[in-house]
Design a binder for this molecule. Structure first.
Ligand code: 3PG
Length: 220
């Protein structure tokens, strides 16, 4: 089993930040201005989803911004994990739990934050030595009430709720002691990217950074 040696999320996003923008970026040309807007807004950690044809190049470009810690999201396979790490991903996020992916991340020495939506998945993650999971899709699952119910039997597990969360919901999640970070796409909405409205993204990032800092520990 991977339990002992898995580099778990103690070194994942929650070590860097309490708000993690989930970025689906259709063009590599958007990567630099997006990275600048997020960093100027005060955010330090981002997740680039592998959902576009240019995701790997976007990852590489954003990872060159030293002020940001850049991870890859929507990682479904061991091969994707290897490629994402090759492109500069410092951590990986998957929507669900997969043993092969856990083993690949162990080999790569990169933290994995797997998705979990049920107690069974949390048991799998815990058995694999994982200390932080992405509660996904958090709002659809029942939001904070579901998080509280799932967190109770897993006192050592930490959560990064993601899915349907916006600025209005983030603070309540962040106040929960089992929540290390909150993720979401609300900070870089698709229409802002399409319009090239990086000042709006900077504003949303600053608002999110403030929420993160207010939550616990003074970090964004
Ligand atoms: C993810 O990939 O983590 C989610 O799709 C992000 O969810 P959101 O778009 O509802 O914030």
């Amino acid at each position: 089993m991977v339990a002992d040696r898995m580099p778990t999320a103690q070194a994942g996003p929650s070590s860097y930040a309490r708000i993690v923008p989930v970025l689906t970026v259709p063009s590599v040309a958007m990567a630099d201005p997006l990275a600048e807007a997020l960093a100027e807004g005060g955010l330090r950690c981002v997740e680039v989803t592998l959902r576009t044809g240019e995701a790997e190049n976007v990852l590489k470009t954003m990872a060159a911004h030293r002020e940001l810690t850049v991870g890859a999201g929507t990682v479904l396979t061991a091969e994707q994990a290897r490629r994402a790490v090759g492109a500069g991903a410092a951590f990986l996020v998957s929507p669900g739990f997969d043993e092969d992916l856990v083993a690949a991340c162990w080999e790569l020495g990169v933290p994995l934050i797997p998705g979990a939506a049920t107690a069974t998945e949390l048991m799998c993650a815990q058995r694999a030595g994982i200390g932080l999971v992405k509660l996904f899709p958090a709002e659809r699952l029942g939001g904070l009430a579901t998080l509280e119910a799932l967190a109770a039997p897993f006192p050592r597990m930490r959560f990064m709720p993601t899915g349907g969360i916006g600025a209005d919901q983030a603070a309540a999640y962040l106040a929960h002691p089992s929540v290390s970070a909150v993720g979401g796409s609300w900070i870089a909405p698709a229409d802002c990217l399409r319009r090239g409205d990086y000042s709006e993204i900077r504003r949303l990032a600053a608002q999110a950074a403030k929420l993160g800092a207010a939550g616990r520990g003074g970090e964004s």
